[in-house]
Design a protein around this ligand. Structure first.
Ligand SMILES: [Zn+2]
Length: 336
């Protein structure tokens, strides 16, 4: 068993591309037992929402369950770092998912980030013995690894006392949704390529882009402010998500992070950031047609096809706004 990392030292699993057992995902400590693992979706979450058998479809076309999604974690990280974070979220949401709003931005980021990173690690592990050899293996996707390497630097605030100096690494949107009686109490979706992850507990949805230095939060400020005060119809939530997914897809600048050198007596590691936008563009150009396709994908449950979405090519169909750009209230779909 290797020595534990010093308190402020960052761990870089990308240097040796060592993500799974026998190393702790968070500090790299070699584990004594291959059974030192934690669930990607915390036990309290799976117990509360009955998720142990919840199916998950992986990129190698195999299926698994949320209960089977685990990552190696040493006892120290489990009991001193991940456990307390999960306990905070569990306590905040014990009476209502509304408690998600009361969590500070870093807690929201770390909680979502831990699950998202856990999915990434599980996908990589599956790729070692894929059911179907993927055409574009994750492990050969350099752009993806560059993003995850940056993301993992700031995710280590899970373990290392860390302050982000004057930036927030991701955008987290918190929205209310008017779920119907047939909607499950829990839902999530993710996209590794764009670093987008969303999770819904009851009627509260967290939608995040976990590596954008809150740029999407900034450019979507008006849409967010209009959506925030009211419960959204699920068709509206899906539209909001389409904007986040497509916005994240267009984001061409990848944030990089640098720890400031420590001075004697420092109690936290201060992280600085740099947005790599050497081409001078933060976003690639918007295309209504490509956005319409993202919408079509997320509106599949309502059977809204691309032809309907693109009836006016200059203004794709919206349930968040009317033709004059005023926020819409959707009571019963499609009765708008
Ligand atoms: Zn550890």
């Amino acid at each position: 068993m290797s020595a534990a990392l010093p308190r402020f030292a960052l761990y870089d699993p990308f240097a040796r591309m060592q993500f799974g057992a026998p190393n702790c995902f968070l500090c790299g400590t070699e584990l004594d037992l291959a059974i030192d693992t934690i669930p990607v979706f915390a036990d309290w979450l799976m117990d509360r929402y009955g998720l142990h058998e919840h199916p998950i479809h992986l990129l190698d076309q195999s299926s698994s369950t949320l209960g089977e999604m685990r990552i190696p974690c040493c006892p120290t990280c489990r009991t001193q770092h991940v456990g307390p974070l999960e306990a905070r979220v569990e306590a905040a949401t014990a009476t209502s998912p509304e408690g998600l709003r009361e969590l500070d931005a870093q807690t929201q980021f770390l909680w979502l980030g831990k699950m998202f990173y856990g999915i990434f690690v599980n996908e990589l592990e599956r790729e070692k013995a894929p059911l179907i050899k993927p055409r574009y293996p994750l492990s050969e996707n350099r752009a993806l690894f560059t993003r995850f390497r940056s993301f993992f630097q700031v995710l280590q605030a899970l373990r290392v006392p860390m302050r982000y100096d004057d930036f927030t690494p991701g955008s987290v949107f918190v929205l209310n949704v008017a779920t119907g009686p047939d909607d499950p109490a829990f839902a999530y979706d993710d996209d590794l390529a764009t670093m987008v992850f969303s999770i819904r507990l009851g009627n509260v949805a967290l939608i995040s882009c976990l590596l954008d230095n809150a740029i999407l939060l900034d450019v979507m400020r008006r849409v967010y402010d209009d959506a925030r005060p009211r419960p959204l119809h699920p068709v509206q939530l899906a539209e909001f998500k389409a904007r986040v997914y497509y916005g994240a897809y267009l984001l061409s600048a990848v944030p990089e992070y640098f720890p400031r050198p420590l001075k004697p007596g420092d109690e936290e590691l201060v992280m600085d950031t740099f947005l790599d936008d050497i081409t001078g563009v933060v976003f690639n150009p918007w295309s209504n047609m490509a956005y319409g396709q993202a919408l079509e994908d997320l509106w599949r449950p309502w059977n809204i096809g691309l032809a309907d979405i693109m009836r006016n090519p200059a203004q794709p169909l919206s349930y968040l706004y009317d033709a004059e750009g005023e926020p819409l209230v959707v009571e019963n779909f499609p009765g708008v």
